[in-house]
Design a protein around this ligand. Structure first.
Ligand code: HEM
Length: 507
């Protein structure tokens, strides 16, 4: 048994041990981590007992907050590793071997059922050290500035298509709309035009797969018909088969084109064509894993950033008016070009401030690879560690009145990448950061030049955090013409109901 971390924290309860505290963290990671930091300091044990959240191999769980600690963890790549996301479902080779010997007994998944799970969860999140560096190098060209500029036209076309369906006076779940928009953008940019409806149907399966993965019924890990785990394994197999089929078609298309023809403007074609210095390419297993992870990492995050920003604008009329005025003066009703995106400083400040107060990924994990000390506390190998982006973004020494949504602050402050890091920092920083920023800015700029949105009276706004932070009951909003009446609309509404109020100052 490993020595426990010396980081202070609450004691386990006599009967249920670590369970109540783990459930508390699962239900409300932001609130629970905040209480732990306030009571025990910047490196705190979730509970002073063996526990795991991310990986079945995890031994203890700590939460960490602060710029210096962020730097220490995020730059020491070999010491603080990533594990497949979410690791509790990731089957290691030993699990697969065990599944083979116990083949399907007592509702256990067989090796054949687990293998596709392993492939689908093996993307960038699951590689470390030199292997991670190699994969990042191969993936990077698909995310470079020049490449991302090519995705701009798709983003504009798909946003236009969504907005053309909006009608003044109707109520819409804006979170659902943003989910559909980012799904369409992810599908088009990942799989390309030629994948057509096959790409869309694969993306929908992946979306369903993510929803099922985070449903409470998944705690019962039985591969028995009718149970969520069984459905999830079925879905994983279908995703694996369909991704492999699209991949093979693309491989054939890439082979026909090269050399020296241009590579199609979708990420998958780029990844297929990517070569190391020694000429080696990504294997099929890797390509399937990267596709799953890029979709999982890139879809819900951008959705939530967009939805929260629209909510914040509706609650802060002066900010909304200033933003709409900036958009009109630079864009005159058109969609932004790549060049114009650089000439919208207030839009930039609004997006930054939105991801500061309501970061789409509030806490992110690492696993400790060797015994050592962090912030004066001993951490044994296999401790799971959650860095809090949310609490860093609310450090009042850097962000005065941290719960206030105040985009104007960005003309006065210049935090370091370890103080403000919605996309994390260091060698594992989000590879899609520039893509996401462009997607969010284009969608906001286009939407706000056509419409004003206002919260539906009576809507309850609660936060739900499961890796990403989303509005728990969606975001019902009324669509209005772009009439500039943000302030009058806000005055006529009752105060916001729901637990979002606990983490942000609202009028
Ligand atoms: C507002 C939107 C987004 C936010 C807030 C966000 C945030 C993050 C964060 C916090 C990480 C973890 C980094 C770490 O472990 O240190 C991450 C990783 C990652 N993100 Fe994003 N992300 C967003 C959009 C995207 C998009 C659009 C894509 C792809 C198109 C993407 C692809 C990835 C990938 C592949 C990784 C793994 C990187 C690695 O381990 O090397 N993300 N993201």
């Amino acid at each position: 048994m490993s020595r426990a971390p010396t980081a202070p924290g609450p004691e386990p309860t006599p009967l249920l041990g670590a369970i109540p505290q783990l459930l508390r963290f699962g239900r409300d990671s932001i609130g629970t981590a905040g209480r732990l930091f306030a009571q025990y300091g910047p490196v705190a044990s979730i509970v002073r007992a063996p526990a795991h959240i991310m990986s079945p191999r995890g031994k203890f769980v700590v939460v960490v907050n602060g710029a210096a600690l962020n730097r220490e963890v995020l730059t020491q790549h070999e010491r603080y590793k990533m594990y497949a996301l979410p690791g509790s479902f990731y089957p290691e080779e030993s699990d697969i071997a065990h599944a083979r010997t116990s083949a399907g007994k007592h509702g256990r998944a067989t090796a054949e059922r687990l293998r596709p799970v392993q492939r689908t969860l093996t993307g960038l999140f699951h590689v470390n050290g030199d292997e991670h560096r190699r994969h990042r190098r191969l993936l990077q060209p698909a995310f470079n500035k020049t490449r991302i500029d090519v995705y701009r036209d798709d983003m504009v076309a798909l946003t236009t298509r969504m907005l053309d369906e909006w009608r003044v006076g109707e109520e819409r779940d804006v979170h659902a709309d943003m989910t559909e928009l980012t799904l369409r953008i992810a599908t088009k940019t990942l799989f390309g035009e030629d994948a057509g409806e096959r790409g869309v149907s694969l993306a929908r399966m992946m979306q369903q797969w993510l929803i099922t993965m985070f449903s409470p019924g998944m705690l019962l890990r039985l591969d028995v018909k009718g149970l969520p785990y069984h459905r999830w394994l079925d879905l994983t197999r279908r995703i694996d088969d369909e991704t492999a089929a699209i991949l093979r078609d693309k491989q054939a298309a890439v082979a026909r084109r090269a050399p020296p023809g241009p590579i199609a403007a979708d990420m998958l074609s780029m990844l297929i064509a990517a070569r190391d210095e020694d000429g080696s390419a990504l294997a099929e297993d890797d390509l399937i894993g990267h596709t799953g992870v890029i979709f999982a990492a890139g879809h819900e995050t951008s959705t939530n950033a967009l939805a929260w920003t629209l909510f914040l604008l509706a609650e802060h009329p002066a900010v909304a008016n200033e933003l709409v005025a900036e958009l009109a003066s630079v864009l005159h009703g058109d969609a932004p070009t790549v060049e114009q995106l650089g000439k919208l400083p207030f839009l930039d400040a609004v997006v930054k401030e939105s991801m500061r107060v309501l970061p789409p990924v509030p806490l992110h994990p690492r696993i400790v690879a060797e015994d050592h000390e962090l912030g004066g506390h001993f951490l044994p190998k296999d401790t799971e560690l959650f860095l809090s982006i949310f609490h860093m973004h609310h450090d009042r020494a850097i962000f005065a009145e941290p719960n206030r949504f105040d985009p104007a602050r960005w003309s006065r402050i210049k935090p370091s990448v370890y103080e403000y890091n919605p996309f994390s920092a260091g060698p594992r920083m989000c590879i899609g950061a520039a893509f996401a920023t462009m997607e969010i800015k284009i969608a906001l700029a286009m939407l706000l030049q056509r419409f004003r949105v206002e919260r539906t009276p009576g809507a309850r706004i609660d936060r739900r955090v499961a890796i990403t932070m989303a509005p728990k009951h969606g975001l019902p909003m009324l669509v209005r013409r772009n009439d500039g009446e943000w302030a009058a609309a806000r005055r006529s509404l009752p105060a916001v109901r729901g637990n979002l109020r606990e983490i942000i100052d609202l009028p």
